[in-house]
Write a protein that binds this ligand. Sequence first.
Ligand code: FA5
Length: 344
Amino acid sequence: MDELREEALSALRDASDADAIERWRVEWLGRADGRVTSLLRSVREQPQEQRASFGANANALKQSLESALAARQEELRRVQLEALTTTSALDVTLPGRPQELGRLHPVTQTLRDCIRAFEEMGFRVAEGPEVEWEKYNFDGVRIPQDHPARDMWDTIWVDKLVDGRRQMLLRTHTSPNQVRVMERMEPPIRVIVPGKCYRQEATDATHEWMLTQIEGLAVDEGIRMSDLKGVLYEFARKLFGADRKIIFHHSYFPFVEPGVEMALDCFICRGSDPSCATCHGTGWIEILGAGMVHPEIIDNAGYGSDRYTGFAFGIGIERVALLRWGIEDIRHFYANDLRFLSQF
Ligand code: FA5
């Protein structure tokens, strides 16, 4: 058996690749007629008095060959790896490249934070279509055809004639949802409607042709301008902290009376630079339009303006994101440059 062991180990040393090792394994340890297997089977044929020691020796031989096989396989694997790292351009010992995780777009993050702020004040979220009818986008909010206020929104029309004229458009603001919400709900109403809007706009540092708004609408008995201001102050406090300066200017929108605009102090020039691209020297960046819902719209909804009043607002979410992070140009948001987007 010692001779057999020597022969087997020497053959194993000569086996220099995986195939040769496998052939060696079959020859020596193969289950069907490997040489050591046959030896073990022949225990019965040995003289009675030698069987025990023969069996023990044959078993020891089998075990030593099995561990020699495992050692040889491991050795060969190491040699192959070393050969690969020295001869091949591929360095398999380098750490893998990590898979980059995606994240939410900064405007989406801001939109969600704004929605949460209003939800905490008791507003519910509703949705409306981006491709809208003229009657909701304009007529329903007191901007009939040929009304000069239509010029406030440079409209992208859908090129399809209905009853001989274009009546479908990409909504220019979320305000058509004031009418849509009032059509399907009864007061008390506390609703916000987030979504994309589109305008044929010459873009600059604070204007894009696609923008995101949140429309807010509250209708109830006894709602006053002070309620609107309270809600908007609280919104600004939640998003920007208590230190930010806020100003309300009087403004005109046909669907509210009175109408206001709310602006935050310019983080770039603080009002000191007349040529500031962001605030144009005014010191303020407008983020929303708002006001008390026009009584005519309350009456059109069938609620009765003698009993019900309401407020509405429309916030520009990209503007909120600009102010929040101190970004100097709104056009970065949709330029799809990962160097910019991955900073948020
Ligand atoms: C409106 O769209 C009104 N529907 C807002 C409103 C709702 C008033 C309810 C009263 C009651 P305006 O066109 O000003 O108004 O837009 C509202 C906000 O959207 C602006 O304050 C600004 O923050 C944002 N915004 C407007 N135009 C753009 C633009 N081109 N790019 C980015 N943001 C814009």
